[in-house]
Ligand binder design. Structure first.
Ligand code: UDP
Length: 312
């Protein structure tokens, strides 16, 4: 049993992590400023005796009394509309927030786990993306606030590993979806499901030929925990390698729901990557992990969540 601090603990991924770590007997200290996280994601844990929550911004100094075995840094806006809306906060939590989280891990002699992203590959020229690809990122474009913050966070994590000997993990998370995404999150899976359930047109940005590879949240969390428990210090891609165009995703969502919705074309956001697919050879080899839940099944489960848990 370990005592684990999770920044961004009330967020989509952070809250699922809290659940699984508590289930396996760990103690969890969740920190979140609730800028994009939601208290309803963790309310069910408030009576759990191994769970505590503190509403704070990790871009400011972090104080956690007592022993800590691991610090998992998941705090950050993660949807393009959120980081475009909060560009400075996004840069701060990726830089100052990562620095503070690393400082906490160093002070406690704890393991440090960084939630990085496929966005470090930008609009990739190597396909599928392997971890040794350095990426193609526009540093001054609107997405740069997220991409460069995460690239900095990887750099400072490796510096703490090399210079201070900190035991570190870096995961590069590819598009993940599932229960607890916000209805107004702005990402493609939640947008399409909510639009299809409301009978509104699905908003396809660009011509819908751009691709993504969507990982169901339960698979993603299992991969994250396998990496936490491993000895791997270099970055590892965790995602589902099955690749779909945005148009194919729209068709799957409409079909799953049996919706009468049509599709509607909108302008493509600046620097929107044209293709994205993880090479998960390293995750398979090092962690013996690969995703089990494929897109149609995962979309059906997510539709059930939006039907029951979200006011549409
Ligand atoms: N997208 C879309 N319609 C939407 C939301 C997103 O066509 O309502 C597109 C977006 O332009 C991108 C892809 O879907 O090409 C994935 O977008 P998302 O925001 O989910 O994640 P990203 O991978 O871009 O961070």
């Amino acid at each position: 049993m370990a005592r684990i601090v999770i920044t961004g603990g009330a967020g989509f991924l952070g809250s699922h992590l809290c659940d699984l770590l508590l289930e396996r007997g760990d103690e969890v200290v969740a920190i979140d400023n609730l800028s994009t996280g939601d208290i309803s994601n963790i309310e069910h844990l408030f009576d759990h005796k191994e769970f505590t929550f503190s509403q704070r911004d990790v871009s400011d100094f972090i104080l956690v009394p007592g022993d800590v075995d691991a610090v998992m840094h998941f705090a950050s806006p993660a949807s393009p509309i959120d980081y475009l809306d909060m560009p400075i906060q996004t840069l701060k939590v990726g830089s100052l927030g990562t620095h503070n989280s690393l400082g906490l891990a160093k002070e406690k002699g704890a393991k440090f786990f960084l939630a990085s992203t496929s966005e470090v590959y930008g609009d990739p020229h190597v396909h599928p993306q392997t971890e040794d690809y350095w990426g193609n990122v526009n540093p001054i474009g609107p997405r740069g606030v997220y991409d460069e913050a995460k690239r900095f966070s990887e750099a400072i994590t490796m510096a703490y590993h090399r210079y201070h000997g900190l035991d570190t993990r870096i995961v590069r998370i590819f598009n993940t979806y599932g229960p607890r995404m916000r209805a107004n999150d702005g990402r493609v899976v939640s947008n399409f499901i909510v639009q299809a359930l409301r009978g509104e047109p699905l908003t396809i940005y660009g011509d819908g030929t751009q691709t993504r590879s969507f990982c169901y949240v339960d698979d993603e969390i299992e991969g994250l925990i396998a990496l936490l428990d491993s000895d791997e210090n270099d970055p590892v891609n965790i995602g589902n390698p099955n690749e779909f165009t945005v148009k194919e995703l729209a068709d799957i969502v409409i079909e799953t729901i049996g919706s009468s919705s049509t599709v509607e074309m909108h302008p493509l956001p600046t620097d929107d990557p044209t293709q994205r697919r993880p090479d998960i050879t390293r995750a398979r080899e090092i962690l013996d992990w690969e995703p089990q839940i494929q897109l149609r099944e995962g979309v059906a489960r997510t539709v059930d969540y939006f039907k029951t848990a979200v006011a549409l």
